[in-house]
Design a binder for this molecule. Structure first.
Ligand SMILES: C[S@@+](CC[C@H](N)C(=O)[O-])C[C@H]1O[C@@H](n2cnc3c(N)ncnc32)[C@H](O)[C@@H]1O
Length: 407
């Protein structure tokens, strides 16, 4: 690569970081701010935009290793970021230009820290890459393989919702994408990092949806029997609503609701694309259900690899506030579960304050419910009330799911 091009890219990367830096610990909507910053630089082509996106997200992932270098040694900060960035087509030339004489980045964080320390004379530690207060919330996240997984770029997972998977997989093959499918969750497919799923025919025709494996495994744990009537009480854009409708089959019904009615419009569109006519959007659910899914609003620590800014934005008091909301939502939804039905409580948080503690308080206040172990384990750990899946177990987002049966 022409050194002047790389120098220009480094300059622009540092300019983006300088613009974003004051907002990192303050703005929960940092991804929108990042997009807007890129959009203001109209001259950037789409390949370069992908480069800057990878660099900025690497900076956010490895903030405690990179940030202290920025003021006094910006070249070293840019070099560290380039070397830590994922090896992808959009980053390849830039990485080679800045770190051509560095060894290839090893997989483990401990080995990365050792190389970086030797190269830059710093003393990075893997544990510093998570906020210290989080240790009490989830000690396992601070050790390998979960710490390494939380610092990796998220894999691209999709869920096949076509009756015939070949309709989707043949197109992936034709595009030259390699993929793999977990034997215990065959609808899930992991694609190469830059697979543009939304540009496929299969996506346009509603035969496939983008959905992380962790998210898919929540309902896999619940082993939903076909044909029932369910409520998705926190449906959002409907990732799990669509999956639930598929699991219930043509004889089942799903009512979907959310406190943000506007987000349900996205679900309406996705249901139309998937030709699922068993989903109804409701503003005030009525009656009782065979199952109620509470995919609760949470701190999102299980998604820190795809939302690294949340690691620095979320604080313990926000987690306590989420836990209060989670308790309220569960208590409000409990009467809507039929006798014999299940209340599925899920979060994408790794904090016991939002998970086990919430489930325990709910059960203490609702003796008509009891926790059930999942019929099968998908690599998570059942704590007697629910299952925690850590990101290193399956290369997925982390989540917690408690299956609460009404007697
Ligand atoms: C984790 S997200 C849901 C994601 C969604 N189930 C999916 O799989 O794509 C949580 C959702 O809960 C909604 N929410 C927040 N407070 C709520 C409440 N009190 N009642 C119902 N929904 C609520 C939020 O608007 C948000 O869409």
């Amino acid at each position: 690569m022409n050194p002047a091009i790389a120098a220009n890219q480094q300059r622009l990367f540092l300019a983006f970081v300088a613009e974003l830096r004051p907002h990192v610990r303050r703005d929960s909507a940092l991804p929108r701010r990042i997009k807007e910053a890129f959009a203001r630089h109209r001259a950037i082509g789409s390949r370069d935009r992908k480069l800057y996106r990878e660099l900025v997200y690497t900076y956010l992932r490895f903030l405690p290793w990179i940030d202290p270098l920025l003021d006094a040694r910006p070249d070293a900060a840019a070099q560290a970021t380039a070397w830590l960035a994922p090896e992808l087509k959009p980053t390849a030339h830039y990485r080679a230009a800045l770190c051509g004489d560095w060894p290839p980045a090893p997989d483990s964080l401990a080995a990365k820290a050792a190389v970086l320390g030797a190269r830059l004379g710093t003393a990075p530690t893997p544990e510093a890459l998570l906020p210290d207060w989080f240790r009490e919330h989830c000690p396992a996240a601070f050790a390998s393989p979960h710490l390494d997984a939380l610092l990796r770029r998220a894999s691209v997972w999709v869920r096949i919702q076509a009756a015939d998977p070949a309709l989707v997989l043949d197109e992936f093959r034709a595009r030259g994408w390699s993929f793999d499918q977990p034997a215990d969750c065959p609808a899930a497919v992991r694609l190469p990092p830059n697979a543009e799923v939304a540009a496929t025919d299969a996506y346009r025709r509603g035969l496939v949806e983008i959905q992380d494996l962790g998210s898919q495994l929540v309902l896999a744990h619940a082993a939903v029997p076909p044909g029932g009537r369910w409520l998705d009480a926190c449906a959002g854009a409907g990732g799990k609503t669509l999956q639930l409708a598929r699991l219930l089959g043509p004889g089942g019904r799903v009512d979907a609701t959310d406190v943000r009615p506007e987000i349900l419009e996205e679900l309406r569109e996705r249901a139309r694309r998937a030709r699922l006519d068993t989903i109804t959007l409701v503003s005030a659910p009525a009656g009782t259900y065979d199952g109620v899914l509470v995919d609760a609003p949470c701190s999102g620590s299980g998604t820190w690899r795809r939302q690294p800014h949340l690691k620095w934005y979320v604080k313990p008091d926000a987690i306590a506030a989420f836990a209060r909301t989670q308790r309220q939502i569960l208590a409000a939804q409990a009467p809507g579960v039929k006798r014999g039905g299940q209340l599925v409580y899920a979060t994408c948080s790794l904090s016991h304050h939002e998970n086990r503690d919430v489930a325990a308080d709910f059960l203490a206040a609702h003796p008509e419910f009891a926790a059930e172990p999942p019929a099968r384990s998908f690599g998570g750990e059942f704590d007697g009330l629910g299952t925690l899946l850590l990101p290193g177990a399956r290369d997925s987002d982390g989540f917690y799911v408690a299956l609460l049966r009404r007697h």
